[in-house]
Design a protein around this ligand. Structure first.
Ligand code: 5GP
Length: 131
């Protein structure tokens, strides 16, 4: 099983932001900004564009709900959606609450946020998601 499948299955801990039976959202462990979230399908699939049309449609609708929760929890200009996937071979959408384009520069230094703060950030997003 790849690392993100293990995270979705609860075998590796993560800071949960949202979930349903098919998809899971959790905080990026090395965030660009506070609230940087990853959205994944629970099933193992590497490349997002290998997903079937109906599955990718449901995935995008789920990501939209997570983005709305992020924006309410952490007010921003917009939530950026980015797909890279060069590091982890399991499809994931990055959702990044953005004040400016600099917030989505993946070459810049990542934040190191203490565990209790990560938990509080994830809980705040989750509370908005389930409202
Ligand atoms: P990408 O594959 O899109 O280039 O980058 C993978 C992203 O996943 C990175 O932003 C990295 O910080 C994040 N990441 C990698 N391993 C883990 C992990 O074990 N837990 C969490 N929460 N995030 C991870």
């Amino acid at each position: 099983m790849d690392i993100f499948s293990k995270i979705a299955a609860g075998e590796i801990p993560s800071y949960k932001c949202a979930e349903n039976e098919e998809f899971y959202a959790f905080l990026d462990i090395n965030p660009l900004v506070k609230g940087h979230t990853l959205v994944i399908p629970r099933r193992e699939v590497d490349y997002i564009f290998d997903m079937e049309d109906d599955e990718i449609a449901r995935y995008q609708v789920f990501a939209k709900k997570v983005a709305k929760a992020i924006k309410t929890a952490f007010p921003c200009v917009k939530v950026a959606q980015v797909v890279l996937g060069l590091e982890v071979p399991h499809a994931h959408i990055h959702l990044i609450p953005m004040q400016s384009e600099a917030d989505v520069d993946f070459k810049r230094e990542k934040l190191s946020i203490p565990a209790e703060d990560m938990k509080a950030i994830a809980d705040k997003i989750y509370a908005e998601f389930v409202k």
